[in-house]
Design a protein around this ligand. Structure first.
Ligand SMILES: Nc1ncnc2c1ncn2[C@@H]1O[C@H](COP(=O)(O)OP(=O)(O)O)[C@@H](O)[C@H]1O
Ligand SMILES: [Mg+2]
Length: 162
């Protein structure tokens, strides 16, 4: 945290097999999804190599999956999907959760921003996750955006250069 605060944290990129990388994260978080009777699916082409910092980027995916888990009900599915077009890689994390009101969407990447305090107290978080996610994605030269519909779900879209 302290390092991220200074805006000077380092990114150490390595050549990563994205399929293997996501599979490893899947195995780590699966018990939490199973405990909540939620389904987690990964759809990624095999042998997709990309330059990224595996430690930082694991934090990105885990933060987004943690949100899906916190803000979804039982019997819903979260899908992580990877698409490649030329040298552009798109990673989407899509859930069937409670969604985010349109008026909150512009602020959710701000530090300490949380949609309605009541939601927050029950789920316990500090509103830092998405600020860190955005900072890491942008430090990789990538972009992150969000689409959401209250009562239907939320989709985070990460675009990266291979
Ligand atoms: N997948 C999601 N579904 C519904 N709401 C979400 C989702 N991800 C984030 N949010 C909303 O955006 C806010 C900010 O997210 P985040 O920065 O991760 O903070 P935290 O999880 O600590 O509350 C959350 O408080 C929540 O209201
Ligand atoms: Mg969070």
């Amino acid at each position: 945290m302290a390092k991220l605060d200074q805006n000077t944290f380092s990114i150490f990129k390595e050549k990563i097999d994205l399929y293997v990388f996501l599979q490893t994260i899947y195995e780590k978080v699966l018990p939490a999804f199973q405990n909540k009777k939620m389904k987690l699916m990964i759809d990624c082409p095999k042998n997709l190599w990309i330059n990224l910092d595996p430690v930082r980027f694991e934090q990105v995916i885990i933060n987004l999956l943690d949100n899906s888990l916190k803000y979804s009900k039982e019997m819903t599915t979260t899908l992580v999907r990877v698409n490649k077009e030329k040298d552009e890689i798109e990673i989407t994390i899509k859930d069937q959760g409670i969604g985010i009101p349109q008026e909150d969407l512009p602020y959710i990447f701000d530090r300490l921003y949380r949609v309605e305090k009541s939601r927050s107290r029950a789920t316990g978080g500090f509103g830092l996750g998405l600020a860190i996610v955005k900072q890491i994605v942008e430090a990789h030269g990538g972009e992150i955006s969000v689409e959401s519909q209250v009562g239907h779900g939320t989709c985070f879209i990460i675009n990266l250069k291979q």
